[in-house]
Structures are given as C-alpha cells and as structure tokens.
Design a protein around this ligand. Sequence first.
Ligand code: KG4
Ligand code: ZN
Length: 334
Amino acid sequence: MIILGMESSCDETSAAVIRMEEGRREILSNIVASQIEIHRLYGGVVPEIASRAHIEAISGITYEALETAGVMLADVDCVAVTSHPGLIGALLVGVNFAKSLAFAHGIPLVAVNHVKAHVAAAYLEYPDLKPPFLALVVSGGHTSYYRVDSYTEFCEIGGTRDDAAGEAFDKIGRVIGMPYPGGAEMDRLAYEGDPTAIKLPSPALLGDTAEFSFSGLKTAALNYINGERQKGREPNAADLAASYTKTVVDAIRRKTELALSQSGAKTLVLAGGVAANSHIRRELEALCRQRGAAFCTPSRSLCGDNGAMVAAAGYFEYQNGTFADTSLNASACD
Ligand code: KG4
Ligand code: ZN
C-alpha cells in the first residue's frame, strides 16, 4: 500500500511517500524543508516562527513528495500525520493540512506519535526487524527507553528526568559559539579534543534504573566555561566537546546495558535525531556485539525528523485499524 507521511512537530516540514506491505518497504520520496537557517538567528527554535514557516512550506513539499514519487493523490491509500508530541502550533499545521487532504480526497487518515515514528524509521531499513525489542530514542526533546511490545504498543521503562540529550548538546554548543543546533558540530569536534581533559559529572542517575539527568552536566559544563572566561581564557572547544561527548556516551552505554539486562531484550533499536551521533552509534554497536544482541539504527538521514518515518509508523496504525477522522486534534504532550 502507498502511504503519504507528514511531519511538522518542530522545525522540519516534511512529506514522504512510501510503499509498504508484507516483505516490501520502499521510500519513494522523502522531502524535508528545514527551518534551521531561520531559527539560527535566535539560537533556538521560536515556536510561533516555526508554525508560520510550516504553513508556508507544507503544501509545496506535499506536492513535491507526490511528484518525486510519481504518485497521484488517487493512488494514496493512507495519509499519516504526526499529531503528538511537539510544538502545538507546529503540529496543528500538519494535522489540519492532513485532515483536509484526507477528507477532500476520501483517503483514510491515521494519527502518529512522533516518538514511535522515530523508532519506525528502523523498519524501513531492517526488513527482518520485529517487536519485541528495546528502543532508545534520543532527540532534541526525548531521551527515553521503551520496551516495544508490538508495532504500536510501547512501554517507557526509563529516560531523562529533565533535559534531553540533544538539548544538552545544543546548549553547550551554543555557549562555545556553534550555530544552532550544535549537536552535529559537537560530534565532529569531539574527534579533535582530549576526552579526559575536563572532568564532568555523569548524567547517569545512581541506582539500578535506566534514568538520566542532563541538567547537572549542563550546569557543570557552563560553570567550567564561565570559570575559564573569568580567568581571561577561552576554554578549549575541542577538549570540551570531547570530554562532554565522552561523559554523555559513557552514561548512555552504561544505562543501555542495564536496560538490556533488565528487559532481557535481544535487539536494540537506536533512533531519534541524536542517534546520528557517531560516538553513540559506535559505542552502542560495540555493546550489542559484546552481548550478542542485534543492533539496528536508521541511516543518519532517517534519524532526524522526516515524513518517511511517520508514514512507516502510520502503516502499522492502519494495519491495527486505528483510524482518525476530522475530529483529530494535535497535542503537545506524549
Ligand atoms: O529528532 P530530531 O530531528 O528533532 C526532535 O524530535 O527533537 O532531533 C534533533 C536533535 C538536535 O538537538 C540536534 O542537535 C541533534 O538532534 N543532532 C545531533 C547530531 N545530529 C543531530 N546530536 C548529536 N550528534 C549528532 N551528530
Ligand atoms: Zn524528532
């Protein structure tokens, strides 16, 4: 079947067309209109500006996705749209556009949870991947472990008590002068520094729970930067990126090992924008190899927000018979 997936939960407007059925998973198009250049001026996403930019982009990229896929609306079997969680104004643009399109053309509509969509990106590239498994979603808004019981049922078994890992990377990146979002640049710069140069507190919470707190780490790094500047020195950005990254990666590795042991899972799926981080990918792959577990992570282009992952999650909602109608609303919460 052919699914049109639409995503507008944060600062990427995206539409994609995929073909998905038993034994066949094909991305026919995946158009992403990023607003990064607009928000960069402000050092972070400005919600009202994001909503307006989605309104301007959504119609054009939807038709571009259909055209690139060589598909007409009459061929589309299902429209899938991210309805939660995310920025409410941004979500409303996608939800209302998808509802109108589905209603006007008589196409079934399904609502998709953004976090489940990140995980569903893995199904597009690992045809043998099947629940149950353990998923770690690391993004700008989430750092959570899920026991994935079925294609549509997730149970959160751990995660962060405050900030998300992506937010923590972006914040420190910004303070040391990187353009928003600093995550990818922190990843690159970490190779040039000494990971043992600066001692930082681990974001892994003590005890046998798969939980993190990134706020203490962020504050410690900020205090270090401010302390150096007060002494008239500019902190070594590469050493800071390397030490900060190692602290985050070590914590994620330790808590993932715990979550794998406690859940008894034989497969780990790593998803979300921060799953593009090369250090996290390498460490978790090594951890899974050591434990004899399978490791699945979408290619980096499918880690960030995109419509194809929404379409993939929508396929399973459709198979489950969970349809939405014109009363569908967006929600900022999980
Ligand atoms: O999933 P996503 O596109 O949006 C949300 O749902 O939040 O994730 C965006 C986040 C940003 O914080 C960005 O800095 C981070 O993913 N990110 C990275 C890397 N590439 C993107 N963080 C660390 N290393 C990367 N290579
Ligand atoms: Zn996301």
